[in-house]
Write a protein that binds this ligand. Sequence first.
Ligand SMILES: O=C(O)CCC(=O)C(=O)O
Ligand SMILES: [Fe+2]
Length: 517
Amino acid sequence: MYTSLLSVKQAISVERKLIDYLRTYIDHELERLEDIKRFYAKVSDLHSELYKGPETVIANPLVAFTLVKRLHSEWLNVVYSNEALENAQALRSSYKEEEAGLPTLEDLQGAAKALMRLQDVYTLQVASLVRGRFQRVSNGNPIDIYTPAVSVLLSGDDCFLVGKVAYEQEDYYHSVPWLEESVHLFRRTGGEWNLENEGSLEDALDHLAFSHFKTGNVSYALSLSQELLHHDPVNGRVLQNVKKYEKLLVAASPPTGDGLRRPTSKYLRTRDTYERLCQTQGSQPMHFENPRLFCDYFSNDNPGLLLLPAKREVLSLQPYVVLYHNFITDTEAEDIKRVAQPGLRRSVVAAGEKQATADYRISKSAWMKGSAHSIVGRLDQRISMLTGLNVKHPYGEYLQVVNYGIGGHYEPHFDHATSPTSPVFRLKTGNRVATFMIYLSSVEAGGSTAFIYANFSIPVVEKAAIFWWNLHRNGQGDVDTLHAGCPVLFGDKWVANKWIHEYGQEFQHRCNLNPEE
Ligand SMILES: O=C(O)CCC(=O)C(=O)O
Ligand SMILES: [Fe+2]
């Protein structure tokens, strides 16, 4: 569910049904309690009125009979009533019916990791984030990166869950700030227990203390453990920890741990540049920086474009990257998204000869053949006119429609195959010589397309498309095309990729042995 915002959106209707089920449950439980209250009132009234003088009252055989009857069966029926259980069971079976639409543990972990990814890439302050604000600290001052119309606050338990996901991965860099917030928020509510909570103040203190211990902050681990003992004085494990921490602190050289260092990702050797380019949310070189860059109305000498040329922006010359404004209309984009929806599946990446899901690509995608909708063919024709390339299958792949998930991203990668066993060659039409990517939606914040080595990023421009060559004219991959889809900070990002292959372009795009071209 977390890999596509569309799937998250569908979960709203599941929760709506759960709300209805809970309403029914509450109503039934209220009726049940009303009935218990009525019985209570009946019996207690009898006692305050009739049974004031038991000796006289009991002389009445009717009173005697009803007392015996009540004690033999009425009380039994009330005390052993199954109604509460039946109500709970009805609620549980309704919940079970919705099981297929409920997120899994993997979804919860994926959503938590998404928050940590946004925290890292956009250097967000966790303390602000839990208060519904998207801020980073610059020179000691919090700066708003994005201001949502409605801010949503996280609870102590929400923060506990994020912290726990990090903790379970032994990622104390993230568990510490999230558990700090959790402890802070739980303390504010006086450690009050809520039915829906996964954790408590004690749990948060426990996890936070251990995270601090692991990162070498033993004195803080000790004071948190002491606070925990205050709430749970007989917790043997914590008592032992306290003893251990006290011993360590008086030792000649207390452990230092490895501090709070951000976990390194083996996929992300270019992380710093990537994140810097994402943070700028669009940082194209300016015309005054490179006078060879320009904008124009472009018809590619194609009669089909003469009357309505494309608004072209040349964004980079090496690699050659251009942006075409208003490539697609609103209704076309909406139709494409709608038709693609049923086919959306978790996006995969090339893994040797096979394809596999990966944490570094969080989205769902669908392949759209020309037969799916007349728009697909129309877009192919438009792409062909603008690029002058043959995009018919198998010289062009089917259109790949992509919907990003929570904090969805595609870390730096090449679109072309870099190994001869890559699945890209399955079409038997050579490598992916060019990429044509259409922005089918806008995004409120984040989600730029970053070119790492070329050192620029393109903000999401709704309805626009970008085009670049992946290969040099000699067929070698152009390393300068290393690019990424930055994490979506706020919004629902959709793109469509058209990958164009080497074969079929023999008369459109000449080869050349010069490795520079
Ligand atoms: O979404 C983006 O901005 C880039 C997507 C991309 O590079 C891809 O799908 O291959
Ligand atoms: Fe790509």
